[in-house]
Design a binder for this molecule. Structure first.
Ligand SMILES: [Zn+2]
Length: 421
């Protein structure tokens, strides 16, 4: 069977230009025993370039094995909670056509998304139709046009398992899934039928297959109907283990697990989050994408020994405990800030067909929701903080806004790294 790879890659990557220690993981389907000493990934634009093959040859190479390995790369970006509170809607409603257009929220982050291969968001509201009434807190329902706006901005995949999944009951789940699919998004974490629940979400980019699953700690006390338990994936470790196993069996080179968990407004993960993230990496996840606390929590790298892992192999995974609010009307300190979290996946396929997939090049791009009141309506834009500070040319921002954002960004960058040894 495959051996552990303990490649530590140093990679400097976009946005905050961090030096980040990274790890290597591999798929159980990809047996390989040759250690790889790949050089640090260059800070290349995200996307689909093939890195030059590494100069390595195995000791017992047969003639057909001498060909250089094939290298594929693809980048993943993830954002946190996409929320729609009532004050967010009036400015984006067109009475003439009776439609909404939320695309302005995303116009400044769309260019970042467009460079990535997978873009994942947590859709924290049903899109269940106007007849079920659009409402904000505590039980949400937002216009289906939100899905179009997300898709237009470059989001491709939406986790729909969160504590608001059931805000419009099972009907809301079915309608939300229909609406996001109609917009061209791929949902995961909720299901409209037992057959739908059997589907595996595996998205291939540049020859790399990424398996995705999403689970939530609960549904705000709104019960999932007894005969429709398949509707929402809950955080249940044996089920997660089984799901990851099925994704790997179906050919996933890497697995991303979205977890809706933690304590609201707490800037550090709690003991339970840390334990769950560890167990999910032990079950074979490469990436864990946390959301729910509505503030950004740090990322960490989790190492699991062979003795502790589900498949008897050591694993290294990366977890971002909370991605924060991507868009919302929450304006308290740190609640108007979110994170675009990124990694690069590299799949190395040897001449004999064996492959391994590794992640590196963590990218951290903090965002801030800028809100402006004009004629009693509220207008929102998600700003990539560092880019906005550098450009310093946004007429909507005052000198004071820039000073505050600069301080926040500095503090946030430290905060994000605070768990990494
Ligand atoms: Zn939540």
């Amino acid at each position: 069977m495959r051996g552990p790879r303990k490649t530590y890659l140093l990679a400097m990557y976009l946005s905050v230009g961090l030096l980040t220690a990274c790890s290597a993981t591999s798929s159980p389907l990809s047996p390989s025993s040759s250690p790889s000493g790949k050089p640090a990934a260059s800070p290349a634009p995200s996307g689909s370039v093939s890195a030059p093959p590494t100069a390595s040859s195995s000791d017992d190479s047969k003639p057909e094995d001498v060909r250089p390995p094939e290298i594929n790369t693809a980048t993943l970006l993830a954002v946190g909670d996409v929320m729609v509170h009532s004050p967010q809607l009036p400015a984006y409603y067109d009475a003439k056509s009776n439609t909404y257009d939320m695309s302005p929220w995303f116009e400044r982050v769309a260019p970042i998304f467009m460079q990535a291969d997978w873009v994942i968001a947590n859709l924290e509201t049903p899109l269940a139709g106007a007849d079920l009434k659009y409402t904000g807190f505590p039980r949400f329902n937002a216009p289906a046009e939100l899905a179009d706006a997300l898709k237009g901005a470059g989001v491709q995949l939406v986790s729909t398992a969160n504590n608001h999944s059931m805000d419009r009951g099972f009907t809301g789940i079915v309608r939300t899934l229909r609406n996001v699919r109609q917009a061209g998004l791929v949902p995961f974490g909720t299901s409209s039928s037992p057959e739908d629940a059997e589907r595996l979400v595996i998205e291939e980019r540049n020859g790399i297959k990424l398996g995705l699953l999403a689970c939530t700690y609960g549904t705000n006390g709104i019960p999932v109907p007894e005969d429709k338990k398949y509707a929402v994936d809950l955080i249940d470790l044996p089920a997660i283990r089984e799901h990851i196993h099925r994704l790997r069996e179906a050919g996933a080179d890497a697995v991303s697990v979205s977890l809706h968990f933690g304590t609201e407004y707490q800037r550090m993960p709690n003991e339970q989050q840390i334990a769950i993230a560890h167990d999910v990496v032990a079950a074979g996840a490469d990436v864990v994408l946390g959301s729910h606390p509505h503030v950004v929590q740090p990322y960490d790298i989790i190492e699991v020994s062979a003795a502790d892992s589900a498949d008897g192999e050591p694993h290294r995974g990366v977890v971002i405990y909370s991605l924060g609010n991507f868009i919302s009307n929450q304006s308290e300190e740190w609640q108007d800030v979110g994170l675009i979290f990124g990694i690069k996946l590299t799949k190395t396929t040897d001449a004999n067909g064996e492959s391994r997939t590794e992640w590196d090049a963590i990218s951290l791009t903090p965002t801030k929701v800028h809100m402006q009141r004009v004629n009693k309506k509220k207008y929102y834009t998600i700003l990539p903080m560092e880019q906005s500070i550098k450009a310093h040319n946004n007429p909507k921002l005052t000198a004071q806004d820039y000073t505050r954002m600069t301080k926040q960004l500095e503090s946030l960058n430290k905060h994000l790294q605070s768990l990494v040894k």
